[in-house]
Write a protein that binds this ligand. Structure first.
Ligand code: P6P
Length: 346
């Protein structure tokens, strides 16, 4: 084990960074890591189960086959319930927030917002998928925690992270003191520190957007795409287009290599498609902690005041120089309309 630092060892080591920490956040992060390992096991055999279980709705063990995102949701809620450090879970898979109603959890300090399996439609074609989580401190001091404890700005996050189930399975997280990446070593069943102190390159040459929606993009986005495609060796253009269709995978690649990911408003998603609480806020916290920028094209994601649980937003996230250029073109060509200035619908 010499030289290997597991997630558990790292969390305990960093716990000393928090004078107030009595171990609750450490235990919460480890609970999430355990659920991630269980989800990873199922994601990795999903194709196999489909092949072997194609006789009907039961799998090889005769169990009812669950859609993987429902399975993932159940695993994270179960892990957070048994861990006892979380009093509410807000998840993409449930219409309302889920109070963790156990004697221990009722008075727990933390709220968790989670997208249990983002990009799950890609599983059928063996493309990387991910889990995204965000942790807040409970604000209310008496009675049961409520929606107001969940609807906190991204700047209030205590921690955030994602798991990417790809060619390898990685857990990347921040507690506000930098970003660290851990790769799952299946031979010992542990996430091991593999990417310490991750920093996103200041600039990049990769842009990631679903250009199929081009016709309905804001003019500023159309101008940015044209900027990205112009031949100019002095600024390493044209850039390269890469779009996996799995937000965690697209943003993880840009975190490592540099780049920009944009999901703007479209005809189908006039408020943007991605969810603020359990997709954009956590990814924005991570990317900012790695030296990057995350906005809705104009305003910092982490400063958006949430009004509803499943609120959506546009997302421009990645290398500072690239996001700033996109924001500049948005300001010049897509000024805020009266409609956009209104509070966003769910
Ligand atoms: P589109 C996956 O469904 C997801 O929520 C994100 O992971 C991904 O970035 C986006 O939607 C892809 O959306 O409209 O391009 O298929």
């Amino acid at each position: 084990m010499s030289g290997i630092k597991t997630l558990g060892q790292f969390i305990i080591e960093k716990q000393a960074d928090f004078s107030y920490a009595k171990g609750e956040l450490s235990r919460l992060l480890r609970d999430i890591g355990i659920a991630a390992k269980i989800v990873n096991r199922e994601v990795n055999k999903a194709g196999l189960v489909d092949i072997l279980g194609d006789a009907g709705t039961t799998n090889i063990q005769g169990e009812g086959q669950k859609k993987l995102d429902v399975f993932a949701n159940e695993q994270f809620i179960a892990a957070l319930t048994s861990g006892g450090e979380c009093c509410i879970v807000a998840t993409e898979e449930e219409d309302d927030f889920v109070p963790i109603d156990s004697p221990v959890s009722k008075n727990a300090k933390y709220i968790v917002c989670v997208d249990p399996l983002d990009g799950s439609s890609n599983i059928d074609v063996n493309v990387a998928v991910g889990t995204i989580f965000s942790i807040y401190r409970r604000k209310s001091t008496e009675g049961l925690a409520s929606l107001s404890d969940v609807l906190q700005k991204g700047t209030e996050q205590v921690a955030a992270g994602y798991i990417i189930y790809g060619s390898s399975t990685m857990l990347v997280y921040t507690t506000g003191k930098g970003v660290n990446g851990f790769t799952l070593d299946p031979s010992i069943g542990e996430f091991c520190l593999s990417h310490p102190e991750l920093k996103i390159p200041e600039d990049g040459t990769i842009y990631s957007i679903n250009e199929g929606n081009y016709v309905h993009f804001p003019e500023g986005v159309k101008k940015y795409l044209k900027y990205a495609q112009v031949e100019d060796k002095s600024t390493n253009r044209p850039y390269t287009s890469r779009y996996i269709g799995s937000m965690v995978a697209d943003i993880h690649r840009n975190l490592i290599k540099g780049g920009i990911f944009i999901y703007p408003t479209t005809a189908a998603s006039p408020s943007g498609k991605l969810r603020l609480l359990y997709e954009c806020n956590p990814m924005a916290f991570i990317v900012e902690q790695a030296g990057g920028i995350a906005s809705d094209g104009r305003n910092r994601i982490l400063a958006i005041e949430p009004t509803t649980l499943h609120q959506r937003t546009s997302l421009f996230i990645g290398s500072p120089k690239m996001v700033r250029m996109a924001e500049q073109l948005m300001a010049e060509h897509s000024p805020v309309t009266a409609l956009e200035a209104k509070p966003q619908e769910a």
